[in-house]
Design a protein around this ligand. Structure first.
Ligand SMILES: [Zn+2]
Length: 299
């Protein structure tokens, strides 16, 4: 008879879809030889190495995620601090309506094509899944496909955000962005918009820690009214989301809507910036050395 707990001693039921993992806390429980991963009690396994393991290997965790196995190896290595070249340039960044982001110097950053394609594929697969009969083999297959595309999107999005935040941090000494938390989120069926919204928060996190690592200044400002205000004269120019171009009746300025907003975000910065905002970029005042730049501020 089982004791008080009816389950005692029995392996618990594991559904097929859940994660499974094994951890090897140290070598020689695991090792890499001739491009194969050797795991004690399991054997030698062919693998695809995504990045070389540099440093002393500490721990290996093997994880199953939707039908694929991943080995994640932690290594111990010397801390590397990135020292970005000093930059006295200050940039403002706005989330674009149809693109991922727009910089105050007018640079437009599109969502990568591969990400847009994956999202379209996902919505197609999800429609297919909803038509499958409950508990059928076909439904199971369709579900696995959906999970895989989700994972691909997660990876593609993270990769895009890492590369973009790196580029921005390398180029600018101070970065001012709109704070998503206080933005009045507009529900929109526009695919590009939903990509931007989904990615903005995690993009800002990557941007913030890379900025800190490199000794850059990172600042979030409230975005209220940045798209309705004229960056040329400060006048109010109300416009709905569908109006793509800012046309100021007061001073005659004509500018892309998001570009105008990005300049206003830069202006809202409390960092001591000098120089003209005419090109949407400002020079930082004070010593040009990055060591003198105050530490990262968030929120
Ligand atoms: Zn104006």
């Amino acid at each position: 008879m089982a004791g008080k707990s009816g389950k005692a001693g029995y392996p618990s039921f594991k559904s097929e879809g859940r994660y499974d993992s094994i951890t090897y806390p140290q070598e020689p429980g695991f090792s890499i030889r001739d491009g194969k991963l050797a795991l004690s009690k399991i054997g030698h396994i062919r693998m695809k190495m995504h990045r070389p393991a540099e440093g002393r290997m500490k721990m290996c965790t093997v994880v199953r995620d939707s039908g694929h196995w991943y080995a994640c190896i932690s290594v111990e290595c010397e801390a590397r601090t990135r020292t970005a070249r000093p930059s006295g340039r200050h940039i403002g960044i706005d989330t674009g309506v149809t693109s991922f982001a727009v910089l105050s110097d007018g640079t437009r950053i599109e969502n990568p094509m591969y990400l847009t394609r994956s999202l379209k594929k996902l919505s197609r697969l999800q429609k297919g899944l909803s038509r499958k009969k409950k508990d059928s083999a076909n439904r199971k297959k369709a579900k696995l496909l959906v999970t895989r595309v989700h994972r691909a999107i997660r990876n593609q999005r993270a990769d895009f955000q890492h590369r973009l935040s790196r580029t921005i941090v390398d180029q600018y000494g101070a970065i001012t962005v709109e704070d998503l938390k206080v933005r009045n989120m507009v529900r929109n069926r526009h695919l590009a918009r939903s990509i931007s919204d989904a990615g903005w928060g995690s993009f800002l996190m990557k941007l913030a820690y890379k900025a800190e690592e490199a000794g850059r200044l990172f600042e979030k400002v409230p975005p209220h009214g940045t798209s309705q205000m004229c960056s040329g004269c400060g006048g109010k120019v109300p416009k709905s989301l569908s109006v793509r171009t800012h046309r100021c009746p007061h001073c005659g300025l004509v500018l892309d809507r998001d570009h105008n907003a990005a300049i206003n975000i830069l202006r809202r910065s409390t960092v001591g910036a000098t120089g003209s905002y005419a090109r949407g970029e400002a020079a930082l005042s004070g010593p040009s050395s990055n060591r003198e730049v105050p530490s990262v501020r968030a929120g």
